[in-house]
Write a protein that binds this ligand. Structure first.
Ligand code: FES
Ligand SMILES: [Fe+2]
Length: 345
């Protein structure tokens, strides 16, 4: 009988540091919707897995990603969120960078000729877009976004693109759980009836098919909502819930699209950040669909916090995983184990 990863993998600082280096740095992270970056100078800035980063639209229309780190004495340059700038000015001593990340001024520094040699430009971060979403990757050697997305593009083909949907807004749910506690939960349907009663009631009987793609890095729930159910009326009859290792999820349907970044904030906590789009729904139904989406994340994080407290307590080491229900949890945990135990230091 397969056993779950040892509990200390969900609490230990050293494990978390290794995950940060071997998993988080080497995969792509959703930064936010591209519609926030329409104009030259528009930026999106956030802290992801401890890296403060921003993506900026240049005068030439190009998107560029940077670490939000001044090359003088490391101050953050921009505040988290979306905004628009003509240049990037450090709030500490006023060093100035242009929209391509080049250092252009060091007010009152003294002789700064040696600084203007491109050795002090902003550190770049990889950036690319897919489906109206902006993604970043810390590691410059890791696979490109298309390869990382793997089957996602094809799996989303039957559903409308973001251009055909209206943006509704974003919500954030934070919880005291390790990212794996939450992602283990994401890739199994075993918990649906007890944790998500409204969602479970919405699904047609036997109409959830869970399949993995791309060597287990992607897990898709192909669902069919029962006719006349909340799911069918708010999301459309057929639906897709897709998880991509380690921290990206989406929910797609004829009338809905939701993208989620599952973002670790240390070994004991995570932030789920969600962006939602709809079409062909009344104002009331959009509100209901949006609130419901948030409720589902809260239900998941709620149960994960109850798991995490026991993983932290030392009372529990590991438990059996069901080959019938938790095959994708087994695979997810293998991916983590391989990344951490392999010699790809
Ligand atoms: S830290 Fe940025 S100008 Fe000094
Ligand atoms: Fe769930």
């Amino acid at each position: 009988m397969p056993e779950s990863l040892p509990a200390n993998w969900y609490v230990n600082e050293d494990i978390y540091s290794r995950e940060r280096e071997r998993i988080f740095a080497k995969n792509w992270w959703l930064l936010g919707p591209e519609h926030d970056l329409a104009l030259p100078g528009a930026y999106l800035c956030d802290v992801i897995c401890g890296w403060s980063v921003f993506v900026l639209r240049g005068e030439d229309g190009q998107l560029r990603g940077f670490h939000n780190v001044c090359r003088h004495r490391a101050s953050e340059l921009l505040r988290e969120g979306a905004g628009c700038v003509r240049e990037v000015r450090c709030p500490y001593h006023g060093w100035l960078y242009d929209l391509t990340g080049v250092l252009v001024k060091t007010p009152n520094f003294g002789d700064d000729s040696v600084l203007m040699d491109s050795q002090h430009n902003l550190f770049p971060v990889r950036v690319d877009t897919w489906h109206g979403l902006v993604f970043i990757c810390i590691d410059h050697e890791a696979s490109d976004l298309r390869s990382w997305l793997g089957s996602a593009d094809k799996l989303c083909q039957p559903f409308p693109s973001l251009a055909a949907l209206d943006y509704r807004g974003e919500f954030i749910v934070e919880g005291q759980a390790n990212w794996k506690t939450y992602c283990d939960n994401t890739v199994e349907g075993y918990h649906l009836p007890l944790v998500h009663p409204r969602l479970a009631k919405s699904l047609a009987k036997g109409a959830v098919e869970i399949k993995s793609y791309d060597d287990g890095r992607a897990v898709a729930f192909h669902v069919n909502y029962g006719s006349g159910s909340d799911g069918a009326s708010l999301r459309g009859q057929e639906g897709l819930w897709l998880y991509l290792f380690p921290g990206f999820q989406l929910v797609a349907g004829a009338t809905t699209f939701k993208a989620e970044r599952v973002e670790p904030i240390g070994p004991h906590a995570l932030r789920s950040r969600n962006w939602a789009w709809y079409r062909d729904l009344s104002k009331e139904d959009r509100q209901d669909a949006f609130n419901w989406a948030r409720r589902i994340v809260e239900e998941d994080l709620g149960i994960c916090e109850r798991v995490q407290r026991n993983l932290e307590s030392g009372m529990f080491t590991s438990g059996p995983l069901s080959p019938a229900q938790e095959i994708h949890v087994i695979r997810l945990q293998e991916l983590v184990r391989t990344a951490l135990e392999g010699d790809n230091s």
